[in-house]
Design a protein around this ligand. Structure first.
Ligand SMILES: N[C@@H](CCC(=O)N[C@@H](CS)C(=O)NCC(=O)O)C(=O)O
Length: 186
């Protein structure tokens, strides 16, 4: 999941949490001095897909209090769900996540097999550098040099230590992306 997709989904979760909290505290019109405790109970399991490691409720309470203080001090007019989403990701940190492969897709506009891969990339919300072989002669030359042909789509997978793998065939690429970055792989 890309960082921006993560922030958008997390912001939606915060909005939902705010509405559920308001519903639970209708009698006081949402006023609840212990709101971080209520929020952390509501959020604990729902946050699991966004985080690299399991989360304790006390750590979540701490992050929520810090986030709220900072939001009030720094930018009280900024939409709070998005502010909370970004700040909480920093506080809870994706730091434990393993280093990621860099993905580049060699493609060209109007290629139906490429569209199949591009749709899978969109659906998974992953970061892939798009290399249009007819918009950049360097990309075309690199593809021809490595593969000995210019058929696309081809996914180049570069590991953090620099190892490269070039994967042709749209169906294989889609299967690989879904297995590696899909919900089931998380
Ligand atoms: N079986 C391949 C077919 C790929 C294919 O036919 N790509 C066409 C464009 S849609 C292509 O690159 N043609 C030009 C060439 O082969 O040099 C796949 O599913 O990826």
């Amino acid at each position: 999941m890309s960082e921006e997709v993560k922030v958008a989904r997390l912001a939606a979760l915060f909005k939902q949490t705010g509405e559920a909290h308001h519903q639970a505290f209708l009698q006081t019109d949402g006023a609840d001095p212990e709101w971080p405790i209520w929020y952390s109970e509501y959020l604990q399991d729902r946050l699991t897909p966004f985080l690299a490691a399991p989360l304790t409720r006390s750590r979540l309470v701490f992050c929520l209090i810090e986030t709220d203080d900072e939001h009030r001090a720094a930018d009280p007019d900024a939409p709070w769900p998005e502010y909370y989403a970004r700040r909480l990701l920093e506080c809870l940190g994706p730091a434990d996540e393993p280093a990621k492969d860099h993905l580049s897709l060699y493609y060209f506009d109007g290629c139906p097999f490429c569209v199949r891969v591009l749709r899978a990339i969109d659906a998974l919300g992953i970061d892939v550098e798009l290399r249009n072989i007819y918009a950049d002669a360097g990309h075309l030359a690199a593809l021809r040099e490595v593969r000995g042909r210019t058929t696309v789509p081809v996914l180049r997978i570069t590991s953090p230590d620099g190892d490269e793998r070039w994967m042709p065939e749209s169906a294989d690429i889609v299967r690989y992306l879904q297995a590696t970055y899909g919900q089931a792989a998380a």
